[in-house]
Design a protein around this ligand. Structure first.
Ligand SMILES: [Fe+2]
Length: 205
């Protein structure tokens, strides 16, 4: 089957009707709200990626589902945690933060993908790199991260330590998002059970 090419094109700025660009959100399980940027770490992070976060191309990722959340939330998670760990380990934090935001910059829902899962795994990194290159200057490290973030399932091995880091954080964020979705669904179910009226004998609540 051939993929639906029309779903892979970059969105036009006027067509980006998702969340307002000024809302930058926060990473899952993080207490730091990026749109307030009250702490120095968040300010440093925004200095590196603020232009990307506010771009219509990245904002449009709010419209796509990804691991029980949105793709925007996923790339924000990968970018934020990659930035923190890269800084801690004296890697290239700027490349980690920017590549984290760009590594899944493609515009289709996986469930709409008209080819095999295997094809998607090999296809979307190149799609993301093409879209990222149209959006901004992409450094060699960032390009390697985007192309090989599916490692060890990628055809190539990573060429930079930042790629290994982000590849691992991508998988960690996947688990984080899946478990956060499960836990919030469980919480909703428990609240619904707690607030359910209790019926006694005789039909009185
Ligand atoms: Fe990802």
């Amino acid at each position: 089957m051939t993929p639906n090419i029309t779903q892979h094109t970059m969105p036009q700025p006027a067509a980006c009707t998702a969340a307002a660009a000024t809302h930058r959100g926060r990473a899952t399980a993080s207490r730091i709200a990026l749109h307030r940027a009250t702490c120095r770490t968040a300010r440093d992070y925004l200095a590196l990626v603020g232009d990307l976060l506010d771009s219509p191309e990245v904002t449009a990722l709010h419209d796509y589902r990804h691991h029980r959340t949105t793709r925007h939330q996923h790339v924000l998670n990968v970018s934020w945690y990659s930035f923190l760990l890269a800084r801690l380990t004296h890697m290239d934090a700027a490349a980690a933060a920017r590549a984290g935001l760009l590594h899944d910059l493609y515009y289709y829902n996986f469930c709409d993908w008209q080819s095999t899962k295997r094809h998607h795994i090999y296809h979307h990194p190149q799609q993301a790199l093409d879209n990222a290159s149209r959006l901004t200057d992409v450094s060699p490290i960032e390009a390697d991260v985007i192309l090989n973030h599916m490692w060890p399932m990628s055809p190539d091995r990573p060429h930079y330590k930042e790629t290994y880091l982000i590849s691992c954080i991508d998988k960690y964020c996947c688990l984080l998002e899946l478990s956060a979705g499960f836990l919030s669904a469980l919480g909703r179910r428990c609240r619904a059970l707690l607030h359910r009226p209790v019926f006694h004998k005789g039909g009185q609540a």
